[in-house]
Write a protein that binds this ligand. Sequence first.
Ligand SMILES: Cc1cc2nc3c(=O)[nH]c(=O)nc-3n(C[C@H](O)[C@H](O)[C@H](O)COP(=O)(O)O)c2cc1C
Length: 226
Amino acid sequence: MRAGGGRSGRFNRYNGGQSPSNTGKATMFEKKAITSTPVNDLLARRWSGVSYNPDRPVEADKLSACIESARWAPSCYGAQPWSFIVCDRSRDEAAWQAALACLVEANRDWAQHAPALILALAREHFQHNDKPNRWAQYDTGAAAISLCLQATDLGLMAHQMGGFDVDQSITAFDVPAGHTPMAMIAIGYQTAQEDVPEKRREREFAPRRRNPLKEHFFFGAWGKGS
Ligand SMILES: Cc1cc2nc3c(=O)[nH]c(=O)nc-3n(C[C@H](O)[C@H](O)[C@H](O)COP(=O)(O)O)c2cc1C
């Protein structure tokens, strides 16, 4: 199914009429956005699933590509105020456990199956003059979505989380003052569709939704429609 194949407000049913993206292996299923107009396929395919395959680590070169994509995100003054702490279970079990322990219970419940957890942080002051950087969090978000999109392109799933203990993450990872932990990102391969546990099926197979365009997108002035 092509992004843009449905009218605004509609959604595709879980795997309805779609084939797994890894042909031959039932490892991936898609929940493509049904957009009001065609958009880039990668954007439509990115989504935040909660069913990871714990037995399939992320290859080092794929993880590298994800962080390289974040590195090349745009930023105000080119300041690159982001930092990412990569906790790859196959390389550093202790760091991964520390990251997992920071998550709120509801996130830990599913993220414990993600082979890599990445903490995204924003540097609150410009390095060159130490003035407050009010775009730091904005830029860090841009870097994070670059990482997520690269993950999608590589057949991985990335899921950002705000539900974690910020203070605990600062302590666990020796984060220096002036850097604010923003999000934890789970990354890995999906489980096969049939292996999604019963307790997660409803959420995992629920349709993806967005508010109508007119609620957030204006033309020429606040609240003005097209
Ligand atoms: C900054 C941020 C924080 C989020 N926090 C959580 C979280 O703590 N737990 C969770 O399950 N999902 C979290 N999400 C994922 C959102 O719920 C998800 O992006 C949203 O429902 C839209 O779904 P989609 O990403 O599949 O399009 C977060 C996403 C972002 C960008």
